[in-house]
Design a protein around this ligand. Structure first.
Ligand code: C5P
Length: 233
């Protein structure tokens, strides 16, 4: 059985804003996601500082390059001691295998490595017209997820509504990490295919990534604890 957890998307533009937010969490230390904006603004020190405060970190940089370059970049992220990182499955099975090699430390341990299949911003129509992928979006997602599994990766990022079919194709141990989570009585914002933390739990996803419903809440700690109650406990 995989471990369920709530990951807070820390989509802030500076270390000061991030620490101002994280300072509120005096009890349970949330698992946090650092994305491109914050990482490119603050560099690796932001990872070290958040780690030193006792948080687990999902570094969401979505690597996609030739296998050798990705392998070397992953070795750097592994030394940074992140807990989870990701890449684009479109980089091929060879690239994903190289990434795993780079990520694995001399003692055999490594961060969780997951793949992005098709971004949720990519429509089936654009995939066909611009990327010349002549398959349905669901078939593409499943195919890429199977490639990730074949390469030895731990799982994929997907919409909560896709998590069931990914588990069916790749097995229950294959991790799904799902953004697009909203409280039943909350605002949806720009997310389209959303689900609640309790429904995500029923679907069987392993990690939910929650941003604005926590970061923009009047009481972020209470919103986080509500996610934990609905999804984890
Ligand atoms: O604020 P919100 O809960 O919508 O944040 C969701 C987080 O998950 C953001 O960091 C967003 O970039 C990320 N994400 C997403 N959809 C994807 C992949 C990542 O919303 N398909």
């Amino acid at each position: 059985m995989n471990q369920r957890d709530v990951i807070i998307a820390c989509d802030f533009s500076s270390a000061a804003a991030t620490f101002g937010f994280l300072d509120r969490f005096t009890g349970r230390k949330p698992f946090v996601k650092i994305g491109m904006e914050l990482y490119y603004a603050e560099g690796p020190s932001i990872v070290r500082e958040i780690k030193a405060r006792g948080h687990k970190i999902f570094l969401d940089l979505k690597l996609h390059d030739i296998p050798n370059t990705v392998k070397k970049a992953m070795a750097v992220l592994s030394h940074l001691d992140v807990d989870m990182c990701n890449l684009h499955a479109a980089g091929t099975i060879d690239m994903m295998r190289a990434a795993l090699e780079g990520l694995t430390r001399p003692d055999g341990t490594r961060p969780i490595l997951i793949a992005v299949t098709q971004l949720t911003s990519t429509s089936e129509e654009r995939m066909r017209r611009e990327l010349l992928i002549d398959a349905s979006i669901n078939d593409t997602i499943i195919h890429y997820a199977r490639n990730a599994k074949e390469a030895g990766l731990d799982g994929v990022v997907c919409s909560p509504l896709e998590a069931g079919m990914v588990k069916e194709a790749c097995g229950t141990q294959f991790i799904t990490v799902t953004p697009g989570v909203r409280f039943a009585d909350g605002e949806v914002g720009d997310q389209v295919r959303v689900t609640t933390p309790s429904r995500a739990r029923e679907i069987g996803t392993d990690y939910i990534v929650v941003g604005r419903p926590i970061t923009q809440a009047a009481d972020p700690v209470a919103a986080y604890e509500r996610c934990i109650r609905e999804f984890v406990e």
